[in-house]
Each structure stands twice: as structure tokens, then as C-alpha cells.
Write a protein that binds this ligand. Structure first.
Ligand SMILES: O=c1ccn([C@@H]2O[C@H](COP(=O)(O)OP(=O)(O)O[C@H]3O[C@H](CO)[C@@H](O)[C@H](O)[C@H]3O)[C@@H](O)[C@H]2O)c(=O)[nH]1
Length: 458
């Protein structure tokens, strides 16, 4: 039999282009592919080329990559009109190309049966309608954050909530604009970045599935509430299988980096350090610290007695204090974060609490000093400290900064003493539950199997 005919179905996957979106959606694709689904991931040309390069080293299984947007020619986020301009061009050009790409497969042995699109690309739902194929919207933030946004979405769209807003027994903060100081001057009730987030809700009611990179026990209350709104499925955490259940062959890495990491230098340096002696510091791919906040972090690291590995992206290097150096520290422009968090020398993660970093800390058992900068990171940090109890959040002063003494005190508290032991105990439990969710018969694994069973009948 032709190998092409052995697939259970063909699924097109469309992630938003950023690191924090590519990672979970490509990882979910790998899980589907390992269970017999043909996957085509479609993204910008630069991302396609980067993924293909890494795929040559064997980390993407049988996934194919196709570009629907030539960002070097048409302009990326640094092109005309900044991020907003890019979004407009991407929709105009990408939607036409996506239709052509899906049609290209229509007469093959494996026509596309379903489009899984990033909720941040809500227009893709219209493409699925036009071509009469199934669709799934994939949210890359936590269920709790999205639930917190729902009343704002209804307000902005002028619609009555379909179900009463979540009554919050877990005590997460109401997500209102005064809690989002880093959004800059607020023009109108919802600034552009918030509107971008709220557009994720567009078309959700038409989706066959609404997917979350989360797992049932982690966000049980919110997932149950949201299931009254949409056909929600929690399918995460989407870390490479070798860090969790080890059932997906050759799945050791995300296989995509916005900046080439110096993996060798990081592992050599970590290998030379004692167990749990290193503070790992990273604020993710999408955000840069201000010079003032970077100076506070630098001072905390210099005054603390701990070793540190700090990711400072090239765009942030000028924010570091002049002549910043320490024989206890290594500063890199990017690192293989999973390998770092999984290294026994690492005992603490100073993090912006992006959703991927949060799930990685939980899944690999690393305590978090939570320094959220905006949007979902604020909700995630709250859950890290108060709900899952796997970290501590330094206080923010009246000017909106975490000062060095506060950061240093949190690092000390999280790495030794009574609080540190409690956090380690909680992490052990969450880590086991994360693995259980994706392992055979776990809640996430079962959701994936149900989706595949349905896809096989289309
Ligand atoms: O040196 C590094 C630093 C990070 N990472 C990886 O990059 C990803 C970063 O993702 P995340 O922690 O979610 O942060 P951002 O890249 O900042 O993610 C954006 O997208 C996320 C998903 O929507 C949101 O939760 C965040 O708030 C938003 O800033 C993670 O998988 C990390 O493992 C590396 O591989 N090497």
C-alpha cells in the first residue's frame, strides 16, 4: 500500500509566528503525527526555513512545513506599520495562500480534513468555513487567563455572556486594565495589544474543538467552567515527550529557536556547578526588560551568593549595567531552556511567567521567582504563587519595579529554608500529574485520542 494511504487523516496546523506559539503547536502536531495523522504545519517563510533546517536533524518526525507568507519580501513585524501592519498583511496574503495550499491537497490521497489554527489567527476559521473542513482553535495561554478575558470580550463585542462569568474560588485576580501597567499609555478602553488578545474569541463558537496547552488537574475548575462555553480540550503540557512520558520517538527538543543557542557552552558551564546551585533567569522571547528593571535584576544576582545563568537577548544587551560581569555568572543571548531547566545544577527560575515557561518549570520541577510583565503573565504568576504554590512573586514598588533586595530575598527563600521545602513538595506532585496527563490513558492523551477518532471518520 502507498505510504500516503496509511494516514488516519490529514491536518493543517497554523501557529502564530512567535516562539511561544510555535513551540506548543508544533509539539501538539508531533503528538498527532505519532498517532498516525499526516501533519502540514504552515507559517511564515522564515519560520518554515528554520524548522526545515532543524527537521533535517530529525526532531520533527514526519511533519511537513509549508509557507503561506514570504516575510523577507512582504515584511515581518519590523516591516511597515510595525506589529499591526504585519498582522494586516499576514491576514490579507496568508488567507489567500492558505486557501490555495489546502486546495492543493484536495485531489490527493490525503485531502486536508481539519485546520488547527492559533486563536490569535482567528480569521483562519473563515478559511475552514469556505472550504467546509473541520476546525480547532488553539489557545497558547492558560485557561484561567482566557476565562478572565471573557467578560472583556463580551463587553468589547457588545454581547451578553453566553454563560455567567466564572465564580472564582481559586481567587485569581480580576484582569482589568489597571493591572496591566506595561501596556503603556491607554488610549480608549482597550489598547491595541488587549484588542489583539480579545480577538482570539472571534469565531470560537464555530470551532469543532477549542484546544488548550494545559491539563485537567492543573486548571480543573476553569476547564469545567469553560466547557459550558465551548468544546474545550486540554491537551498539554506540550513539552517534548522525552521530558514527560517518553512515548514519542526522537522528541527531545522544540526544534525551533528565534536565536541560535550556544547549547555546548551552557551545558559545559552547568556541568561544573553543584546540584541546585544555579539561578536561571529568562524573560522569554517577546518582551524586553527596561534598563531600570534590568539593573535591579543585575544587582540582585551580584549580591546573591548563587551562581546564575541569564538569558539577555541581543535586543536587550544595551539595558545591562556597564561592565556587568561576575565569576559566578554566565550571560547568553539564548539557551536551550528545556535542557537548562532539566539540568540538576538549576535550583531556581527567575521568570516572566510566559505560559510555556510556566508549564516547563512545573513539568521539570523548578521553583519560580515570578516577575510577570504583562497580560497572561500576571495571571500565571498569581497561580504560581497562590494556587499551585510552586513559586514566590517579589513585591512591586509604587513605581512598578521589583527592586533588587526583594528579588534577592525571594531567590534565597526559594532555594533554602522551610518555604523552599514546601515548594519542592508541591512541585513533585504537579510534575507527576503533568506526566500522568500526557501518558497513556491520561486526560490529555484521552482528549487527543478522541480528536483522532473523530478525524478518522471525516
Ligand atoms: O533562552 C531561551 C528562552 C526561552 N526559550 C523557550 O522559549 C519559549 C518562551 O515561551 P514563553 O515562556 O511562553 O514566553 P514568550 O516567548 O514571551 O511568550 C509569549 O507567548 C506566550 C504564549 O501565548 C505567552 O504566555 C507570553 O506571555 C508571551 O510573552 C519557551 O518554550 C522556552 O523554553 C528558549 O528555548 N530559550
Amino acid at each position: 500500500m502507498d505510504k500516503e494511504e496509511t494516514y488516519k487523516a490529514h491536518v493543517m496546523v497554523l501557529p502564530h509566528h512567535g516562539q511561544g506559539h510555535m513551540n506548543p503547536m508544533v509539539q501538539f502536531s508531533k503528538r498527532l503525527a505519532a498517532k498516525g495523522i499526516k501533519i502540514t504545519v504552515t507559517t511564515t517563510l522564515s519560520n518554515t526555513m528554520a524548522m526545515e533546517e532543524e527537521a533535517a536533524s530529525g526532531d520533527h518526525g514526519s511533519i511537513n512545513f509549508e509557507s503561506i507568507y514570504d516575510d523577507p519580501s512582504e515584511g515581518g513585524v519590523a516591516g511597515p506599520g510595525g506589529f499591526g501592519g504585519f498582522l494586516e498583511r499576514f491576514e490579507a496574503i496568508g488567507s489567500t495562500n492558505l486557501v490555495h495550499l489546502i486546495k492543493k491537497f484536495q485531489d490527493s490521497n490525503n485531502p486536508v480534513k481539519c485546520l488547527i489554527y492559533d486563536a490569535n489567527i482567528a480569521w483562519a476559521s473563515n478559511v475552514a468555513s469556505e472550504l467546509a473542513i473541520a476546525r480547532a482553535s488553539f489557545f497558547t495561554q492558560s485557561c484561567a487567563f482566557v476565562a478572565g478575558c471573557y467578560p472583556m470580550h463580551c463587553d468589547l463585542a457588545g454581547v451578553t455572556p453566553a454563560i455567567p462569568p466564572l465564580s472564582i474560588t481559586t481567587g485569581f485576580p480580576e484582569l482589568r486594565l489597571p493591572h496591566l501597567p506595561s501596556l503603556g499609555p491607554q488610549t480608549g478602553r482597550y489598547p491595541p495589544i488587549m484588542r489583539f488578545m480579545l480577538r482570539q474569541f472571534d469565531n470560537s463558537e464555530n470551532a469543532d474543538w477549542v484546544l488548550f496547552n494545559s491539563f485537567h488537574k492543573l486548571e480543573e475548575e476553569v476547564i469545567n467552567w469553560m466547557s459550558g462555553l465551548w468544546p474545550v480540550r486540554a491537551i498539554g503540557p506540550t513539552l517534548p515527550s522525552s521530558y514527560l512520558d517518553n512515548r514519542v520517538k526522537d522528541d527531545h527538543d522544540y526544534g525551533f529557536n528565534i536565536i541560535t543557542p550556544d547549547a555546548g557552552a551552557c551545558s559545559k558551564w552547568l556541568d561544573s556547578k553543584a546540584k541546585r546551585s544555579v539561578v536561571y533567569v529568562s524573560f522569554g522571547s517577546a518582551f524586553s526588560l527596561s534598563s531600570e528593571q534590568a539593573a535591579e535584576v543585575a544587582n540582585a544576582l551580584l549580591h546573591s551568593s548563587k551562581n546564575f545563568l541569564w538569558v539577555v537577548k541581543p535586543s536587550e544587551e544595551d539595558r545591562l549595567p556597564t561592565n556587568f560581569t561576575s565569576d559566578r555568572g554566565l550571560v547568553v543571548t539564548w539557551c536551550p531552556q528545556l535542557a537548562v531547566l532539566g539540568h540538576e545544577a538549576v535550583g531556581c527560575f527567575v521568570s516572566h511567567c510566559g505560559w510555556n515557561s510556566t508549564l516547563e518549570a512545573i513539568s521539570l520541577g523548578v521553583p519560580v521567582v515570578a516577575m510577570p510583565q504583562f497580560l497572561d503573565q500576571i495571571t500565571n504568576a498569581h497561580f504560581v504563587e497562590h494556587v499551585w504554590k510552586v513559586g514566590i512573586k517579589p513585591k512591586i514598588d509604587d513605581e512598578g519595579f521589583c527592586r533588587s533586595e526583594e528579588i534577592e530575598a525571594c531567590i534565597e527563600m526559594i532555594m533554602q529554608g522551610e518555604r523552599s521545602r514546601e515548594i519542592q513538595t508541591n512541585l513533585c506532585r504537579w510534575r507527576a500529574l503533568a506526566k500522568e496527563a500526557v501518558d497513556e490513558g491520561g486526560t490529555s492523551d484521552t482528549c487527543i485520542d478522541e480528536i483522532i477518532a473523530k478525524l478518522s471518520t471525516l
